[in-house]
Design a protein around this ligand. Structure first.
Ligand SMILES: *Cc1c(COP(=O)(O)O)cnc(C)c1O
Length: 398
């Protein structure tokens, strides 16, 4: 069998970005607020807002920065409780802690989505905000999340870092809650190395976020939004300087047009590999929710009837055959396992999420792979599972 493809290589950045960047290198015009208007950062905000159908967008240095600014823009009191899923990336509880708030973790189910019963019961614990993280693009029931939160007047921030292109009932993920946050880190759909975006329809929130992101003095005048709100907040808010550079903006802009292709090809690859993995009695890929249209660039699946040593043996067997599998809860110091978030005051007891993390596998599956690449990845995973669970059938194949 030929070697499986590398799943870590990125796609090349469109040529249009190179032309734009060469121009900037000539002029040295890298700071977003040097130009009076139409800087690459300002154009990116306009184009991104239009692509998502949001009224306002603010480009920042990372999704983590966008999450932090969202909480600050909501003006939550110090020590306010913020509900987050227990299955998420460490950046999410970190943003909550950084904003002076207290994360309250909600159990996640074996299909990677939040447990709505636990969500509802924790929502009644004097919660000031919800930060729902669509981890790896898996969307929790947003109808239920929004109606439960709305009924209590609790604002919802969507961490859509890894969900750009995902839709819920035909609506763009990141535009359902009060604020949506996206990432342009290299492993996400749009790659600038680093970068993030905050979208909202709320003029008060955008005014506060723009100023705190580092639009000092009258630089807010270069944002085409309600200037009387900016004038109100001028000099009343701390500046955190989380701006994006024109270089990053120029790298992202020509990729916006690539979103439909990347989503289509990523979904094609994911659904094909999922159907092959689901043929194995040892592997299970949970189905999307009916309202969800996914935009995956990786695949998650659960190991069925594996012990811890068997799960480790599976990881090693796949690795030897050339496919890197991460079992979220098994790799040392994994940033997606809540018990490794040692910066929390205490590690909560979340048996459901823990059990899921100990068997949930993660494999990158970029849109640029073709059918034969996908076949190699799928066969490798199925054979690695057979090698561990039914060594007789796999005996000829180490
Ligand atoms: C990548 C990611 C983040 C963090 O994004 P950065 O831009 O690296 O700060 C947050 N949440 C999720 C779910 C992510 O996948």
């Amino acid at each position: 069998m030929p070697a499986p493809p590398s799943v870590y290589d990125a796609e090349p950045i469109p040529k249009a970005a190179q032309t734009e960047i060469n121009g900037m290198l000539e002029t040295g015009d890298l700071f977003r607020y040097t130009a009076t208007d139409e800087s690459p950062a300002a154009l990116l905000e306009r184009e991104f807002a239009a692509a998502l159908g949001s009224r306002y967008a603010l480009a920042v240095s990372s999704c983590s920065a966008a999450l932090f600014l969202s909480l600050r823009a909501l003006d939550l009191p110090g020590g306010a409780r913020v509900l987050i899923p227990a299955f998420t990336f460490a950046a999410v509880p970190s943003a909550v802690v950084h904003a002076g708030c207290v994360p309250v973790l909600v159990e996640s189910k074996s299909n990677y989505r939040i447990d709505l019963e636990d969500f509802e019961s924790k929502l009644s614990l004097d919660v000031a905000a919800v930060m729902i993280s669509h981890m790896r693009g898996h969307t929790s029931d947003m109808d239920a999340v929004m109606s439960l939160a709305d009924a209590r007047g609790v604002p919802v921030i969507e961490d859509a870092a890894h969900s750009l292109g995902t839709k819920w009932n035909g609506r763009n993920i990141g535009t359902l809650g009060k604020i949506g946050c996206f990432s342009f880190q290299s492993y996400k759909l749009l790659n600038a190395g680093e970068g993030g975006m905050l979208v909202t329809d709320d003029s008060e929130i955008i005014a506060r976020a723009v100023i705190m992101s580092g639009a000092y003095e009258h630089n807010w005048k270069k944002h085409p939004v309600l200037h009387e709100r900016f004038a109100h907040w001028q000099n009343r808010l701390p500046l955190y300087n989380m701006r994006i550079s024109n270089l990053s903006a120029a790298v992202i802009r020509p990729q916006i047009g690539e979103i439909p292709r990347r989503v289509r090809d990523g979904k094609r690859n994911h659904d094909y590999v999922a159907s092959r993995l689901n043929e194995s009695s040892w592997l299970h890929v949970p189905s999307p929710l009916p309202a969800e249209s996914r935009a995956p660039d990786s695949i998650q699946f659960n190991l069925l009837h594996f012990s811890d040593p068997e799960a480790r043996a599976f990881q090693n067997a796949a690795d030897r055959r050339g496919v890197k599998v991460q079992v979220f809860g098994l790799s040392a110091d994994n940033a997606r396992a809540f018990w490794n978030w040692g910066f929390l005051d205490q590690t909560p007891d979340l048996p459901q999420t823990r059990a899921m993390l100990m068997r949930a596998c993660d494999v990158r599956l970029p849109a640029r792979l073709d059918r034969s690449d996908c076949d190699l990845v799928a066969s490798t995973l199925v054979k690695a599972a057979e090698y561990v669970k039914s060594p007789k059938t796999a005996a000829t194949d180490r």
